[in-house]
Design a protein around this ligand. Sequence first.
Ligand code: UTP
Length: 234
Amino acid sequence: MKKIVLSLGGSVLVPSLESNNISRYVSVLKKVAENCRIFIVVGGGGEARRYIRVARDLGAGEAAADELGIMVTRLNARLLIAGLGDAAYPRVAENYTEAQEFAQAKKIVVMGGITPAQTTDAVSAVLAESVGADLLINATSVNGIYSADPKKDAGAVKHERLTPQELLDIITGARMNAGANIVLDIVAGKVIERSGIPLLVLDGRDPENLYRAIVEGVYSGTVVSRESSNPLLS
Ligand code: UTP
């Protein structure tokens, strides 16, 4: 069975606690898990940013703000586990070894953040490397990687395909603060480059996009890979 690491942006899964999309994701994830082994890394979303903002206002440094962000990603991971019920391993993996241990139960493994000064993008890339994933999917609130922020720049052009080196060139220089909104963080870029694991960035606001990509090989997004073939069909 194919192994897939799925990075579920908090902005997609839990934009805010009340506006969460967990139940919509649960039904899709259960169907996807019939076709492949999945590992999910959950982001912090709006609630993480609220905590980070308040902590900064209280004078907390960036690392302390990051620690709060990590706690919120783990809370969101817990919520997803609650929704997945028996389909998921009941605990949030807190490091990569645990994720591998939990995977032996042949259930969906869920984790959040790990350590300050990075985002869950980095966690998903390192997890993909640790478990020897065939594919890394980043489900986010844009439908791919653009030449500029498409929410701010009307002239931004979507990249259909990038090599890992081209991806690194795009993200190098982006500013990394707690709660920052960047395409992918630099640690993720470097790990994707060294591991050669193909990455698909797609619009996760509709969970069905995920089903179509994984099960049917049909997607609209950006593929980052060394080879030009479709990583979903190989
Ligand atoms: P993310 O930025 O990964 O969450 O983590 P997100 O909400 O999914 O981001 P989107 O939706 O893709 O935009 C939230 C915050 O938690 C801290 C960082 O401060 C990050 O901005 N964090 C997360 C860490 O410090 N280390 C981690 O390993 C993960």
